[in-house]
Design a protein around this ligand. Structure first.
Ligand code: CTP
Length: 408
């Protein structure tokens, strides 16, 4: 099994003296640790100590010629399964909250898709300051997890909140997050994504605006969560992450056949694709000629496609089924209706009338509805939304008392 890789960012606070111990505790849990030391951090703890305890070269240079294609931030961002920042100083938090990219740690933070944990450490008045609290709020909204700070005596003589949590607590917190982040370990997951195209003639088709981004992000997140993922994609201009089995299709009928070919071993089915509901009754073998055939008007006859979700739901040994619905009005009401009509275990709905979270956007805001209740995931990148969808679905699945949907 691949070792979990942790990037530890060390900021410039007195609590940096605990960093070597933190590294050792991660290593004792079998983790591979690379330290990114900020310039301020290097005033408190040395590169020699950190490279000796981690067994890896300590990184601090954004312009490192030795890094892969001289892009250390991208290399490290991809390498990390977890990014831990300890100590997280007020300045570091402010820079991360505002998306600065002026040193190696801040660029790794922006470029990584791994979960991020920050252990803040600062003077109690700085911790309480509104500006700092605003930054923490922003970072939480961006999906960052916080451990600590603790209340107690501070190096400056003050007493209050702001002490960095002890290395043991930080490691415990991270380990439970890693357990959660492997919430689909060993499961077979099928994801459909993108639009389908229903041909009218050899040069024209009926389709929709789906970009496939959310579906690809769900496939990636399920893979990161330890699942074996098959991604069945309509025509999109996206690359699937390494290790994902991809089946490309064009039409709703091809998508249905592809789903049915893999569904018998599937544990969780994410039906993210915007499958065409209708297709032309007949596909002309030659291009439709405007002047010869249409005389100012073209009337198309369309027929309903099969509903893939319904086909899957009719299976006796069906997987845990998650539908997706893009609505332009009455989002929750229509979502509830679809949850019931399609007998889904859960449905993820979003409002595509808001162009900032629509088909072409890189961000999304969704609500998950299930018989257990409802949960809204606020506006953030489609990748972060996908990670939270996967975590939520994994936990809903564990409480569902039905056939294959129940892991026990
Ligand atoms: N879906 C499907 N097969 C279809 C159409 C839709 O499996 N032929 C799935 C989608 O992948 C999605 C869910 O059904 O997970 C909801 O799709 P949507 O188009 O919103 O639902 P419809 O039942 O078509 O409802 P309506 O068009 O009335 O909104």
């Amino acid at each position: 099994m691949q070792q979990v890789q942790v990037v530890l960012g060390v900021g410039g606070g007195i609590a940096a003296y605990k960093s070597p111990d933190l590294v050792r505790k991660f290593i004792a849990r079998g983790r591979d640790v690379t330290v990114v030391l900020t310039d301020a951090g290097s005033k408190f703890v040395t590169t020699h100590t950190l490279s000796a305890v981690s067994g890896n070269q300590v990184r601090n240079d954004l312009w490192d010629e030795q890094a892969e294609r001289a892009m250390g931030h991208i290399e490290l961002a991809r390498w990390a399964n977890l990014l831990v920042i300890a100590p997280g100083t007020a300045d570091l938090l402010a820079r991360l909250a505002h998306g600065h990219a002026n040193d190696l740690l801040s660029t790794v933070y922006l470029a990584t898709e791994a979960p991020v944990v920050i252990a803040p450490a600062m003077n109690q008045a700085m911790w309480r300051h509104k500006a700092n609290q605003r930054n923490i709020g922003r970072l939480r909204e961006d999906g960052v997890e916080f451990v600590g700070p603790e209340f107690g005596d501070q190096a400056c003589g003050d007493v209050g909140p702001g002490r960095m949590s002890e290395p043991e607590s930080i490691v415990e917190f991270c380990e439970s997050l890693l357990d959660q982040s492997q919430c689909m370990k060993g499961l077979n997951v099928v994801v459909t994504a993108g639009p389908t195209r229903e041909a009218l003639d050899p040069v024209r088709f009926v389709s929709n605006y789906s970009s496939g981004r959310q579906g690809f992000a769900v496939a990636r997140a399920a893979k990161q969560a330890g699942a074996n993922v098959t991604l069945i994609s309509g025509p999109v201009a996206l690359d699937a992450a390494p290790g994902i089995d991809r089946i490309d299709v064009q039409t709703a009928s091809e998508m249905k056949n592809a789903v049915l070919s893999v569904i018998s071993t599937c544990d969780v089915f994410f039906s993210v694709a915007a499958v065409a509901d209708y297709r032309p009754v007949s596909r002309k073998t030659q291009k439709i000629k405007k002047h010869l055939e249409c005389s100012g008007k073209l009337v198309l006859e369309l027929e309903e496609t099969d509903d893939i979700l319904t086909c899957v739901n009719e299976m006796s040994d069906r997987p845990f089924v998650v539908g997706f619905a893009a609505e332009t009005q009455k989002t929750i009401e229509y979502g509830r209706e679809k949850l019931q009509r399609k007998s889904l275990d859960a449905i993820v709905i979003n409002d595509v009338s808001d162009s900032t979270i629509g088909f072409e956007s890189t961000e999304n805001e969704v609500t998950i509805l299930s018989p257990q209740g409802r949960c809204t995931l606020h506006k953030q990148s489609k990748d972060k939304i996908a990670q939270q969808i996967v975590t939520n679905i994994a936990s809903l699945r564990t409480c569902q008392p039905s056939s294959k949907a129940n892991p026990s």
